[in-house]
Design a protein around this ligand. Structure first.
Ligand code: ADP
Ligand code: ZN
Length: 525
């Protein structure tokens, strides 16, 4: 092991008594020269996973990050701790950039944060080669590694070029980090960054201190007002809206109501954005009303709530956004209102965009997964982590569904129809086709695959198309079906579907999707 053992650095440099869950094993692995993929939720403590190995190993640690605005903060913090760190990105003037290069050449730096487009220049790569021969490169850390994924919400084409690092510096360990953990993204990171042999470290994605609250829209402003007044007087929080206009309007309205609210979106000039961001970070009780342009990498420990006035794009995006709440471990609310009208307009927005069809399909399925989560009657913690491939016992006692049981209907029969239709069509089709079969539509696809001959053809006319959509989404959310996002949203049965198909287990679903003819039974589950 190196002269500077990791736990000594943790204590002496960072002033923390102990590591958090996976930190120690990641640090140990990378310090020994291994490649790693680290999946850790926002606020989990990813930075130490590369900072400490960089300090333990000989030479310079290079951190690649797309978040120019945050490099300064990270570097300032490190300097305060006595670590010689610097950053290189387009925000530096020419003279400061030259000074950083001089420091590099004199081997005065232990950690350098660099934007990917800067790193990829020939001059810079050549410089790195010289440094490598000279004093060595300790590691490459690729932060926000999901930016390499073209299906993700933060795709950065420059990230694709990062395989050069592996080709030109095969002996330097690489550690990729992200808080986005669904399996398609994970696979894409491994493949795109040539990290197939890297060791994977996956932390739990449950955030036990988050209290999930999801309601249907009625009068949004009144709902928001009641939420803020009863639960968050004087608290700092973030309110996400889809459009810039809505951000401005909502911030204005909140200000008029006496709240300390600021707008934030990409349409504001840079000076304003950084001023507002600083107020949010440094002052108490500021509410940031923002589009998704705000928040990546924001490390304010006492954000007490994140509210969504519009649906996020996907469960990953939602999880990242709510992940900014309660980083200090104290209770925090993730509150959201949505309506099916929102869903319709989001669908239209997705479909009208100029993305490839394949990509649109993926985005639609991601939206469906999010809706399934909204509609689920199960513990929110359980539904969220299931999406990330993790088990949770449920019954958190904190989320809306655990606190106030939802009105449900006995949907066993509908579930059986939906599941057996998936089975009979060979588990090779998506939701829309299943519904066409259940409703007995004579589409070309149904003709082609002779699905009008199936026993499930036309047996589902008691429910309308929208209701069936909701049934399917909820069946996915509760884990009776899985969706293969990468192959056109094919539905597949899980083990858990068996007892339902055999009539050994009932299925209760949220009332929103119940057939109007059926009576509601107040859930006494
Ligand atoms: P991430 O990058 O995963 O979102 P950070 O690396 O910014 O998270 O860490 C989140 C917060 O947790 C920071 O304030 C950091 O100082 C703190 N932290 C990280 N590791 C530890 C630890 N072992 N003990 C105490 N605090 C820690
Ligand atoms: Zn719960």
């Amino acid at each position: 092991m190196p002269d500077h053992p990791p736990n000594k650095i943790l204590r002496d440099v960072f002033g923390f008594p102990s590591f958090r869950d996976n930190q120690e094993s990641v640090i140990d692995h990378v310090t020994r020269g291994g490649d790693a993929l680290v999946l850790m939720p926002t606020g989990g403590g990813k930075s130490l996973c590369y900072q400490i190995p960089a300090l333990c190993r000989r030479g310079l640690g290079i951190v690649i990050s797309p978040l120019i605005a945050l490099m300064q903060d990270q570097v300032d913090t490190l300097k305060q701790l006595g670590v010689s760190a610097a950053f290189l990105n387009s925000s530096l003037d020419a003279e400061s950039a030259r000074e950083v290069l001089r420091q590099l050449q004199r081997n005065e730096l232990k950690l350098l944060y660099v934007a990917p487009e800067r790193l990829m220049t020939d001059t810079f790569l050549n410089l790195l080669e010289r440094l490598q021969k000279d004093n060595g490169i300790a590691l490459f850390a690729i932060d926000e590694a999901h930016c390499v994924s073209q299906w993700g919400h933060d795709f950065r084409p420059e990230y694709r070029a990062l395989t050069v690092l592996h080709e030109r510096f095969p002996n330097v360990p690489r550690i990729a980090l992200t808080a986005t953990a669904d399996s398609p993204t994970r696979r894409e990171i491994l493949e795109r960054l040539a990290l197939e042999k890297a060791k994977q470290f996956v932390s739990s994605f449950d955030r036990p201190n988050i209290r999930y609250r999801i309601t249907l829209k009625a009068n949004v402003r009144q709902q928001l007002k009641a939420f803020l007044e009863t639960e968050h007087p004087g608290d700092a929080g973030i309110i996400y809206c889809l459009s810039r206009n809505k951000v401005e309007d909502t911030a204005e309205w909140l200000k008029a109501q006496g709240w300390d609210a600021l707008p934030y979106h990409a349409g504001l000039d840079a000076a304003k954005r950084s001023k507002y961001q600083n107020r949010f970070l440094r002052e108490e009780g500021v509410i940031m009303v923002a589009t998704v342009a705000f928040g990546m990498g924001i490390d304010k420990p006492n954000v007490r709530f994140v509210a969504h006035l519009d649906l996020p794009k996907s469960l990953e995006a939602y999880y990242q956004e709510i992940g900014r709440a309660g980083r200090d471990g104290l209770p925090a609310n993730a509150w959201m209102t949505y309506s099916l009208a929102d869903v319709v307009s989001m669908r239209q927005m997705l479909m009208s965009g100029n993305a490839l069809d394949e990509r649109k399909q993926v985005e639609l399925q991601k939206l469906d997964a999010l809706l399934g989560y909204c509609e689920s009657i199960e513990c929110r913690h359980q539904t969220v982590v299931r999406y990330f491939g993790e088990e949770h016992p449920g019954n958190c006692g904190q989320c809306d569904n655990c606190l106030v049981p939802v009105e449900t209907w006995d949907a066993t029969q509908a579930a059986q129809m939906a599941l057996s239709c998936v089975y009979r069509t060979g588990q090779r089709f998506g939701i829309s086709h299943q519904i066409d079969v259940l409703l007995g539509k004579e589409t070309a696809k149904i003709e082609q695959f002779h699905h009008h001959q199936l026993s499930t053809f036309g047996i589902g006319k008691e429910l309308a198309q929208q209701q069936w959509r909701s049934v399917y989404r909820q069946l996915v959310a509760i884990g009776l079906l899985t969706v293969d996002i990468e192959s056109y949203g094919r539905l597949k049965l899980t083990q858990a579907a068996r007892p339902v198909l055999k009539g050994q287990q009932k299925v209760w679903l949220r009332c929103d999707a119940k057939p109007t003819k059926l009576k509601t039974s107040k859930a006494e589950r």
